[in-house]
Ligand binder design. Structure first.
Ligand SMILES: [Ca+2]
Ligand SMILES: [Ca+2]
Ligand SMILES: [Ca+2]
Length: 200
């Protein structure tokens, strides 16, 4: 027996009741008002004083906040966690696309991608991720990463990444996937933050 939720793709996903209760317990303990504001969200991730990570968290918050009322309610919280922790690759890529597409016009342009790549770089340093260490090749600058992603992914060369280009590009090219996976796989990052946080 489980509770059904509609995910970002409009599909029904089943969530185990016991797990849901566990999530809810954590949610109400940390968030008695039932809605999560940006500053609380940041506190849960322990980044309220970390300006470098703040931008990434703000993008993530916007992607979690489906109805755009600037708070995250329990359903949005569950939908987001369910996607991040268990979603299929394509769903994660769609979610990532939404995080990257800051102005929400349905395309990712270079400044949007650069902003994200830069904040991921800083964040990864902050979190002492293995991502950079495991790379034997010299680390590209964020600008170089963005240029290369556009070269590989912007198929029609219009300087914008559409959702289809984004998903196809990530699937076709291992390097692109890896670069995007710094964020495509926010699950790993969130699980890491979870240990430091009572909320997740
Ligand atoms: Ca909301
Ligand atoms: Ca955009
Ligand atoms: Ca394009």
């Amino acid at each position: 027996m489980g509770q059904y939720f509609t995910n970002a793709e409009g599909e029904q996903t089943e969530i185990d009741v016991a797990e849901l209760q566990e999530w809810y317990k954590k949610f109400v303990v940390e968030c008695p008002s039932g809605t999560l504001f940006m500053h609380e969200f940041k506190r849960f991730f322990g980044v309220q004083d970390n300006l470098e990570a703040a931008e990434y968290i703000e993008n993530m918050f916007r992607a979690f906040d489906k109805n755009g009322d600037n708070t995250i309610d329990f359903l949005e919280y569950v939908a987001a966690l369910n996607l991040v922790l268990r979603g299929k690759l394509e769903h994660k890529l769609r979610w990532t696309f939404k995080v990257y597409d800051k102005d929400g016009n349905g395309c990712i342009d270079k400044p949007e991608l650069l902003e994200i790549v830069e904040s991921i770089y800083k964040l990864k340093k902050v979190c002492r991720s293995e991502v950079e260490v495991e790379e034997r090749t010299p680390l590209l600058t964020p600008e170089e990463v963005v240029d290369r992603i556009f070269q590989l992914v912007d198929e029609n060369g219009d300087g914008q990444l559409s959702l289809d280009e984004f998903i196809d590009g990530a699937r076709k090219d291992k390097w692109v996937m890896k670069m995007l996976q710094m964020d495509v796989n926010p699950g790993g990052w969130i699980i890491e933050q979870r240990r430091k946080s009572a909320l997740f």
